[in-house]
Design a protein around this ligand. Structure first.
Ligand SMILES: Cc1cc2nc3c(=O)[nH]c(=O)nc-3n(C[C@H](O)[C@H](O)[C@H](O)COP(=O)(O)OP(=O)(O)OC[C@H]3O[C@@H](n4cnc5c(N)ncnc54)[C@H](O)[C@@H]3O)c2cc1C
Length: 438
């Protein structure tokens, strides 16, 4: 890890911890009730910390660029998922410790018999448990991404709302109007962030629509949508970044993320290449030419800079799209860096952009190595799944001096990252874009 990356990471984590813990320590300022036994105080402290973490989850997923840098959205969403476990553990430990200190408190678990202030706590915990269970079991129970996303937001609001109601109703630390005011304001800010992300900001995108100018069929059950900015200059992006696409209205709760596939040097016209993987992507194949759509972007830190020389691109399946944007932009800029693209696919017929990559090999100092899982009988190239052996055969040593960009299906990305770690490549030299946030 280079020093500036480590420094920014430490700053980011320090800022996060400060924002989580500051409201907790604010409770200790000024007058406060006489201290109780250590474990009761501890149980309360972790409940406040849990509530603070849940509230900040709204900020983590609010698509603020100053928050997602230097990590990239996929890392932030990973962090968001892991933090849900931490919040859940803290919030569950709160009643567990209180009952352990005084076993008679077990009666509080009977939500019908308990008083309102305890009921609030029960509701908050149920909402958080349901939210976590649905996030991890969504695919197993066949819940669509859109339905899950809407439920997720409602459950998060319930968890925070009832959690705060419980803290205020109990009143121990929030007796002073100043302190309860502080926590109520915090919750208003968290909910305000949600309203801003889902309603206010999308409203501005209404005035920046795109029109579907062309739909091209591509190899590998994919289509390219060419989108023309309608009445504005269009957004600028760096090759490797992505945007959230909405086809009905930017005000819908769930947009779908897609990498820009076109050159960053073409202004006003953007191409997205999309593989048919579900209901939304299937419908894009028959989208009407001229239809209005909206893009919220650019996002992401999966970008190459001039210092990344010589780059190695490792793509699997539709993970080729950000690489195409990089290669097309390099061609437009007459960038003569030596580039290696290792491109893994199931079979030869499904290699998206196969012909264009051949053409790009003549315009750039580009070498494309195809890795096929089910190659045709006369295939003499790389076969099987991408592995350490593939990298050793394709990448010229010293491995540690190159910069790697990886995008593709999860198993391929795990294999590529494990292989690079085994080759001793430092983590600061490889960059990954994962196509699953949820
Ligand atoms: C940063 C990023 C860039 C991407 N770029 C491309 C690209 O260039 N080309 C391409 O074909 N695909 C890309 N994807 C994947 C694409 O977003 C999903 O395949 C698409 O949203 C699936 O929607 P669906 O309704 O058709 O399928 P579903 O069956 O609903 O979803 C399939 C899976 O895709 C994921 N997904 C679905 N909807 C969303 C959403 N709104 N937000 C996040 N994840 C979702 C979920 O994990 C889901 O299980 C990208 C994903 C990410 C995170």
């Amino acid at each position: 890890m280079n020093r500036s990356f480590a420094g920014r990471a430490a700053l980011w984590i320090g800022a996060y911890l400060f924002v989580v813990l500051a409201p907790l320590f604010a409770l200790l300022l000024g007058d406060h009730p006489p201290a109780r036994d250590f474990w009761t105080e501890f149980a309360d402290a972790i409940a406040y910390a849990g509530l603070s973490i849940i509230g900040l989850q709204f900020g983590l997923t609010a698509r603020f660029r100053f928050i997602t840098q230097p990590w990239g959205e996929d890392v932030i969403y990973y962090f968001h998922r892991q933090l849900t476990w931490v919040a859940l553990a803290l919030v569950l430990a709160h009643p567990a410790i209180l009952i352990w200190v005084r076993p008679a408190r077990i009666a509080a678990l009977n939500v019908f018999a308990a008083g309102w202030r305890v009921k609030y706590a029960n509701f908050s915990i149920y909402a958080l448990v349901a939210l976590t269970a649905l996030s991890y079991g969504r695919k197993r129970i066949g819940l669509s991404y859109e339905a899950w996303h809407a439920t997720h937001i409602v459950l998060a609001l319930l968890a925070v709302g009832f959690g705060l109601a419980h803290a205020i109703a109990f009143g121990f630390y929030l007796q002073s109007p100043l302190k309860s005011g502080l926590w109520v304001s915090l919750v208003i800010v968290w909910i305000g962030v949600l309203v801003y992300t889902r309603i206010v900001r999308p409203y501005f995108f209404l005035r920046r629509p795109y029109r579907v100018e062309a739909v091209r069929r591509e190899r590998g059950d994919s289509v390219t949508l060419a989108l023309q900015a309608d009445g504005h200059d269009g957004l600028s992006f760096a090759p490797g970044q992505f945007a959230w696409l909405s086809t009905v209205t930017p005000l819908q709760i769930t947009g779908h993320p897609f990498s820009f596939a076109s050159s960053a040097d073409v202004h006003g016209r953007i191409e997205l290449t999309i593989r048919n993987l579900g209901d939304f992507t299937a419908a894009l194949g028959s989208i009407r030419i001229g239809r209005r759509v909206w893009l919220d972007g650019p996002y992401g830190a999966f970008t190459m800079d001039e210092a990344d020389d010589p780059p190695v691109l490792i793509a699997g399946g539709i993970g080729i799209t950000p690489m195409m944007s990089m290669l097309r932009t390099m061609a437009d800029r007459s960038d003569r860096r030596r580039i290696l693209l290792i491109y893994a696919n199931r079979n030869w017929e499904d290699v998206t952009f196969r012909e264009e990559l051949e053409a790009l090999e003549t315009r750039l100092d580009l070498e494309v190595v195809h890795v096929l899982e089910e190659p045709p009988p006369d295939w003499t190239g790389e076969r099987g799944r991408l592995s350490l052996k593939t990298l050793k055969r394709c990448v010229r040593a010293p491995f540690v001096e190159r910069n790697y960009f990886i995008c593709g299906p999860e198993p391929m990305m795990d294999a590529a990252e494990a292989a690079l770690a085994e080759l001793g490549v430092p983590i600061s030299r490889y960059h990954s874009e994962r196509y699953s946030f949820a």
